[in-house]
Design a protein around this ligand. Sequence first.
Ligand SMILES: NC(=O)c1ccc[n+]([C@@H]2O[C@H](COP(=O)([O-])OP(=O)(O)OC[C@H]3O[C@@H](n4cnc5c(N)ncnc54)[C@H](O)[C@@H]3O)[C@@H](O)[C@H]2O)c1
Length: 449
Amino acid sequence: MSKTRYAFVGTGGRAISFLEPLVTTYAGTNELVALCDTSATRMAYYNGMLAGEWAYHPVPAYPADRFDALLRETKPDAVFVCTTDSAHAGYIVRALHAGCDVITEKPLTIDAEKCREILAAVAQSGRRLRVAFNYRWAPFRTKVKELLASGVIGQVKSVNLEYLLDTNHGADYFRRWHAHADESGTLLVHKSTHHFDLVNWWLDAIPQQVFAYGDLVFYGKQNALARGDGALTKYDRYTGTDCAADPFRLDLTESEPFRRLYLDAEKDSGYLRDRNVFRDDITIFDQMSLNVRYRTGQVLTYSLTCYSPREGMRVCFNGDRGRLEYHEFIGTHMNRAVRPKDFKLDVKPGAEAEGEWIRVFPHFQPSYVVPMPPQTGAHGGADEILNRSFYSPDAPATDPLGRFAGHEQGAASILVGIAGVKSIRENLPVNILDLVSLRPDATKLSELV
Ligand SMILES: NC(=O)c1ccc[n+]([C@@H]2O[C@H](COP(=O)([O-])OP(=O)(O)OC[C@H]3O[C@@H](n4cnc5c(N)ncnc54)[C@H](O)[C@@H]3O)[C@@H](O)[C@H]2O)c1
């Protein structure tokens, strides 16, 4: 059997999660044929891992402006896109037109125009495009899907989803490219695409209209000055400065992969991975809230807070036969560099890591916790299951829970965030069909590819 030939575009931090399994666990049926990135140093890091730790072999490394040559010369069957978000669309469209299938990291893209280009390229090329929505594959979230589909709370009428990012993980988005709306589409696209996709999939519904608010209230120089934290604004980046006591600091010399992937690569593109979160040029929000109405009538109330002391989510579904709550507070991303040596995660209800659980509250009956086995692995075990679905010839071609997300389902999720950003800027409700004509006749998400 011939192997499926993959090229990877974007060799930063995230690519490792998909690249390593491809050349180790799944190397029997798949082949890595090329890398592409704007940074030669980052590609050399990956080629070092390929030749060393992963016991594979180095592959040709193409600079970004030679991507078409990569397609011609290495003839991949599929391209895996792991670049910064704003660059996804260009690679997806070119790979599709060259006859390749594509897997892209979320978000599919960052604005409505690029979304229309991608949908047109899929239609013209007839190739397959999948979005790596790892959140769907985490066992607890899959269980929520099964429970709702079984009618355990009747028909779901409304959902409330609160997502908290803490002052380490949340802050990290403000240190790097995500802090610029033209590169990430704001966190309402970059981060919330996961959450909107989950709700679309859980409800099997297509979003119709969005109204949103968004503000920068914590990060950024002005907010630090207003709080009296002027000392935290003194440097533009953390590495190499006198910031040992700064709880927001990230020192790239303290981690070998960070040093080699980012510090050593600065000469290639000028990308700084450790910029001060209290600087001036941040163009995204750190606090967002919105309401969504679905084509099937349900409503979602959503909020994302990026400066919380704890991290996790709480989702509550209200049905006409009861209520289901899913809580996931599995830890704190408290900055390891400043964490006290005797720091221990407090694990009990109400503490920062109360764990992950699902509770069903039927009307007129006692509530109960849904039994679940303990979870291990990256992103709650989701990355492992997702990789198997991409690379294993034994993976089922269809999934009874509909966890494979194609281009239309990828679009349905980003369009909530894109409509949200437009709503924030214009202070008006936004109809998603006015942005992209996404199958106007369909009512359920499962009708979309
Ligand atoms: N699903 C998840 O849990 C998850 C987690 C992290 C990141 N991601 C996604 O993975 C992608 C990569 O994120 P990351 O954290 O690895 O970021 P990163 O900054 O570590 O890496 C991005 C890479 O893209 C490269 N790049 C930038 N512009 C490019 C261009 N025009 N052409 C080619 N290469 C270009 C950069 O040089 C860098 O190597 C993003 O789309 C992000 O949304 C997903």
